[in-house]
Unconditional design. Structure first.
Lengths: 853, 183
């Protein structure tokens, strides 16, 4: 009974206090920067002030002679490259031969105090040989030495004149070609055949601006060489296991002599998921000085670490029948990846992966390209690569519904993916509560009466989404479990849960305690949770991809059920109670048929320890094998998919273009809420972050080369305060998924996805203009309104009613958004037959393809 | 990043006396240090956090003579003889959590918990001068504190619940707040 009986649940489903809540409200939680060790040194990192240059020479002599300075290191001391993905080992802790962005680390100082380190950092002399700067997607695509020609029609000045040193234009010397990091092309079914069956074909272009995580805690790390010569790193990281691997590689030390302890994260959102230079640098400085070393990044440095939302330009061509049924979709995404690979290859695939899990798409083609530019690297931010395409998809669906004279609710509800089905790209959908989600928000918001009926300036909009409950595959290829839990039962009745997962505020420590408490019938607060310590806890891959509740949950359940079985066996022998009758509840074991016959949990542990010896169990979890077997099938599969529907009600001032979101109704299919209060918190936090991306947040760059961050500060980088945050009305839809612990699915990321498109659709309902890019700022709304009014003055609005044929959205007057996408010579797609055409998930042999053509 | 600061490695420390969480306190520190640095580095009270050290985020909020201030913008020297309150001093005499701490914990108003001390102290001052604030008054009072986790909703609900309990009302947690809407 993997998920246990759902009746009589004592812990699961209850809004209990988090196990670490008291520490957090009393200021006792120890974050990385709160750690102070005797004789600790302070580290400062000198960062490049030029965007792209070769390092001619670095002179550290002045810095070394400064008062209080103990050590200065440069890239020479850390020559080995690393990176989160095995295919993108393109970073150095300190740049060795060249810098690729403003903020790239070039040297580091360890001194007695922070100010001395700062002063010494500022007298390090670096001689740079400037290289050509690549600042935009278009420039990067035009970078020559390409094996394929790439020409950007939106900018007719032709390819860049690179002179003789063509290599100088490349940010990296690896990748597909020029400054193209990665190109992917996949086709499931036959989109051309699908378009032939369509009554309406729409082509639209969208742009989703990049944004950053902005965790309130600045990254910090402390390293120390222990008495036994082993290295220990405390760091604010979401992925201690991957940091552990990177340290062993770069420092050329056996992993067995390195201990990584992830401290509670003061917010992560994906921004602390890569191994970072500062983590490696303090380890190296601790090794060379023999003293503890701490680094705490300034807020400006946090902006340079970035790894945030990729800016993505998107072209989407969708064919539908008159009833809105999609016959084919062709999606192209163009990602500006910044200066390093990071998770970028995965991000690229993610911009094309989850289009298929909400509405039926029988034929689907995806082409994506990620480029390198001289800007801070993009990576995974809450929703990793999926909010951008979801914005495009949900707005285009709204346009299609209007054009076909269909209700935006019906066009979605009538064509939902079947529960427990395989999509065209071989994603295995399990429980699917989207219909219920739509019903809840439509009813609660009175959508049907308000839609197109609100006074001018007021509008309402709907959007839906879906997200993974954990990536189906690990970052590095292996056959081991994704999550492990170790349980130790103390003869006094104490229970200790050990797991490599790290709590970044989402409550993962509490989830471990809740599930173990449920199985063993004890109070979660009687459980000690010990997490994220590579010396003491079994590996969990990390707090990313919304994987933790599902994966550590299963591992914890397995360990707890094994412990329960040991106790049950020993106690049933001792007390002559059939194992089947033994019940665990209220901190006691008793005979279900004769409750008087009972003993305390502690006594049960003692009986079991006398019978079997020390009581410890382990549990682990490996996701089911993915159905797709083609190249690229690794990104998108998940044990379960969460679903969301959101309705936004907005107020747009047509004179200023200012958009105020008044309220958002959102329903989230959580499968089962292990703790509903924490689930609501994740939904509300996701709505907040989606609101910020929709209305104000952007990573913007200035100067003639457009690579200097415009506002690397919490004041100038606009994020919603209490004054911008909208009211949120949340419904939890519980459609338990057989792959989730007690049926639970993810909540940390999915609820962000429908928010930006719901707001954009509401803005159109309010003032009749389409803003096909985020952030939806007043200037964009205003210029669209002016364009709309010009047209209306010039000619009467086109006759309403059903319009079929081919529509190019970019030609529509009432629209603000990108006009074109660059022309790219895409690679031959990997072709896969969908399941309903007898496909096996394997790529169709090329010969067969050519035979068909 | 290029801004110069003078080295203070051999500077003489300054010495002040003030009241910290109601208790007399003396401390010696480098004179250019901010109250934030004095609290965290010289008094080891790391409950007070920082998000920018530029007065932008409200994370380092403490109460100075009962009023919320950004401790990253106050010089340690400025608190001579004055009353400073930090999150470490919020618990009641009997060790129980302050009503705000209890409701923040129970409703999940503290997710990562990093901005929480600043929010708690700002809210504490609000409830002292306005025991029955409206949702709008709470939002306005907390508008200088940034939180990236909660979307502020659970924080409002925690402040409202604490306020009613501090007014002596038998306030229960509304189902909607911990289970969501039913229809």
């Amino acid at each position: 009974m993997k998920n246990g009986s759902l009746k009589h649940l004592k812990v699961v489903g209850k809004p209990l206090r988090k196990v670490d809540a008291s520490a957090k409200v009393t200021g006792q939680t120890k974050f990385a920067d709160d750690i102070v060790l005797p004789r600790m040194l302070y580290c400062k990192i000198l960062r490049s002030h030029v965007p792209h240059a070769r390092i001619r020479k670095i002179d550290t002599s002045k810095a070394e002679s400064m008062p209080g300075v103990v050590a200065v290191i440069t890239g020479k001391s850390l020559p080995i490259p690393y990176g989160i993905l095995p295919v993108s080992q393109d970073e150095h802790a300190l740049c060795v031969s060249k810098v690729r962005m403003i903020g790239d680390p070039v040297a580091a100082v360890a001194a007695l105090d922070e100010d001395s380190a700062f002063d010494a950092m500022n007298v390090i002399e670096v001689e740079y040989e400037p290289l050509p700067v690549v600042s935009s997607l278009q420039e990067a695509l035009k970078t020559p030495d390409s094996t394929r020609a790439a020409l950007d029609h939106s900018n007719q000045d032709g390819p860049i004149d690179t002179g003789t040193d063509k290599e100088a234009w490349r940010v990296h010397s690896y990748g597909d070609h020029g400054n193209v990091h990665k190109m992917v092309a996949l086709e499931f079914g036959d989109v051309e055949a699908g378009f032939k069956q369509a009554d309406l074909i729409r082509e639209d272009v969208f742009f989703y601006e990049g944004s950053t995580h902005l965790p309130m805690e600045q990254h910090a790390a402390v390293a120390q060489v222990d008495g036994d010569g082993k290295l220990c790193l405390w760091s604010s990281t979401q992925t201690p296991h991957y940091v552990h691997r990177a340290l062993a590689k770069v420092l050329e030390m056996p992993a067995s002599r390195i201990r990584v302890i992830a401290t509670p994260n003061g917010g992560g959102f994906g921004g602390k998921s890569d191994p970072f230079p500062h983590e490696i640098v303090v380890c190296k400085l601790a090794l060379v000085t023999g003293r503890p070393v701490k680094v705490t990044l300034t807020r400006e440095e946090v902006f340079y670490c970035h790894r945030g939302r990729h800016p993505v330009l998107m072209w989407v061509k969708t064919g539908t029948k008159k009833d809105g049924a999609i016959t084919a979709m062709h999606f192209r995404s163009f990602l500006d990846g910044g200066a390093y690979g990071s998770y970028g290859v995965a991000s690229t695939y993610y911009t094309g992966a989850l289009q298929t899990v909400t509405y039926k798409i029988p034929n689907y083609k995806f082409e994506g390209v990620r480029v390198f530019t001289n800007k801070p690297p993009c990576g995974p931010k809450r929703g990793h690569g999926t909010p951008q395409p979801r914005y495009a998809l949900e707005i285009q669906l709204d346009k299609i519904a209007e054009q076909l004279g269909l209700d935006p609710v019906a066009i979605r509800k009538d064509h939902l993916v079947e529960p427990y089905s395989l999509t065209a790209n071989y994603l295995r959908v399990g429980s699917m509560g989207l219909a219920a989600c739509i019903d809840k928000v439509i009813a609660a918001s009175d959508f049907k009466n308000k839609f197109r009926n609100l006074p001018d300036g007021k509008g309402i909009g709907l959007a839906c989404a879906s997200y993974l409950s954990g990536a189906g595959l690990p970052i590095y290829w292996n056959h081991m479990p994704h999550s492990g839990v170790q349980l130790r039962l103390d003869r006094q009745g104490g229970v200790c849960v050990m797991c490599g997962s790290i709590d970044i505020g989402q409550g993962s420590d509490s989830i471990l305690a809740y599930l173990v408490a449920e199985v063993l019938g004890i109070d979660p607060l009687d459980i000690r949770v010990l997490t994220a310590d590579t010396d003491l806890t079994p590996v969990d891959l990390g707090s990313y991809s919304s994987r933790v509740t599902l994966m550590t949950g299963h591992a914890a359940l397995q360990a707890a059920e094994r412990a329960r079985d040991l106790l049950a066996e020993a106690v049933s022998e001792k007390m002559n109670i059939p194992v089947a009758n033994l019940s665990f509840a209220g901190g006691r074991l008793f005979d279900a048929e004769n409750p008087e016959a009972s003993i305390s949990f502690a006594e049960a542990v003692q009986i079991a320890e006398a019978r079997f010896g020390t009581i410890g169990t382990v549990g682990s979890y490996t996701p089911p094998a993915s159905a797709g077997k083609f190249k690229g099938a690794g990104v998108g599969p998940s044990p379960a998919y969460s679903y969301d529907a959101a309705v936004a009600e907005v107020d747009v001032d047509p004179r200023t273009g200012i958009v105020r979101v008044e309220r958002i109704w959102i329903a989230h299919d959580i499968g089962r809420a292990i703790n509903p209060a924490l689930t609501l918190g994740q939904v509300e936090g996701s709505v907040y972050m989606g609101l910020g991306e929709a209305l104000m947040e952007e990573m913007a760059y200035r100067n003639n080369r457009n690579v200097v961050h415009k506002f690397p500060s919490l004041l100038e980088y606009k994020s919603p305060t209490t004054l911008e945050m909208c009211d949120v009305k949340t419904f939890l839809v519980e459609d338990p998924d057989p792959n989730g612990p007690y049926g639970a699915k993810e909540v940390g990321q999915g609820p962000l996805l429908p928010v930006p498109p719901a707001i954009a659709n509401a803005v159109y309902d309010a003032v009749g203009v389409r803003i096909d890019e985020v952030p939806i700022t007043p200037d964009k709304v205003l210029s669209a309104i002016q364009a709309r009014d010009r047209i209306q003055r010039e000619k009467a609005p086109a006759a309403a009613g059903v319009k079929t044929g081919i529509t190019r959205g970019i030609e529509e007057p009432h629209r603000y958004g990108p006009k074109l996408v660059p022309e790219v010579e895409w690679p031959e797609p990997v072709r896969v037959k969908p399941p309903w055409e007898g496909g096996t998930g394997k790529e169709i042999q090329r010969e067969a393809v050519h035979a068909r053509e | 990043m290029k801004m110069k600061k003078r080295s203070k490695t051999r500077k003489q420390k300054t010495h002040i006396a003030f009241f910290l969480n109601g208790e007399p306190c003396e401390v010696a520190f480098a004179p250019q240090k901010t109250l934030l640095e004095v609290l965290r580095e010289d008094l080891n009270l790391t409950g007070t956090k920082h998000g920018c050290e530029l007065g932008e985020c409200g994370t380092c909020t403490v109460l100075l003579d009962g009023k919320p201030v950004l401790s990253c913008l106050v010089l340690g020297l400025d608190v001579e003889g004055r009353e400073v309150a930090t999150v470490e001093g919020m618990q009641l005499q009997d060790g129980q959590l302050h009503p705000l701490q209890a409701t923040f914990a129970d409703l999940g108003a503290a997710q990562c918990g990093y901005c929480t001390p600043g929010f708690l102290l700002t809210a504490k001052e609000l409830l002292e001068k306005n025991p029955k604030p409206t949702r709008e008054e709470i939002a306005l009072a907390l508008s200088g504190n940034l939180c990236r986790c909660t979307g502020y909703i659970k924080i409002y609900e925690a402040v409202e619940l604490a306020a009613s309990r501090m007014r002596g009302e038998e306030a229960e947690v509304p189902d909607e707040v911990v289970y969501g809407l039913k229809s």
